[in-house]
Design a protein around this ligand. Sequence first.
Ligand SMILES: [Fe+2]
Length: 214
Amino acid sequence: MLQEDLIYIADVFTPEQCKKLIDEFEIEKERSEGERCAHAITGVDTQSTFKRIELKPYTETFDMVHNATKTMVKKWVDYLTSLNCLHVPIIAQNLNFAHMYRLMCYEKGGWIHPHTDWDNFCHASCTISLNDNFEGGQFSFFNGKYDVDLKPGQAMIFPANAYWVHEVKEVTKGKRYSTNCFILSVPLEKQFELNTFAKSLQTLPNVRNHDLRF
Ligand SMILES: [Fe+2]
């Protein structure tokens, strides 16, 4: 089995639903913001050039993305089970909460560098493509070694650990719209609390004494 066999892709949105989300970004783009994270290969903290807004709970578009994500989690678990070679109950019991639903736009020149979505208690990443009237902007895994072309309305879910380096290559024409969320085993606010606690463990003498780093 190849690593990319763990990726699952399915149709989740109609063209009308994609348009509704794209229109929402354009209406709300004044409140859009950028993001930064470590470059997976160099380790350098890097500002990417896409913009994103967070969908507001209890809205039609939030519910659309939430329901599509829920469907993808269910279908992915069924697909992984069908492979008949994985410990799926452990995977499934950690796919419980979405950290947030982000609506993203990569304008011409927009990209995100190779990175991973890894964090404690984060187990999967789910993205939904909303359009294809742009050039460039391929979703690519493993530092450019495996490209995925999603059609508008298609979602893709994949593991979020550090082995899953991915990027969006530079958009050379038009605008690329998508949504994304991370799938957590605990609610987002608990992830913050638990991460703070996990960091504090690093200062304990008995943890330092068993340090394998060099
Ligand atoms: Fe990512």
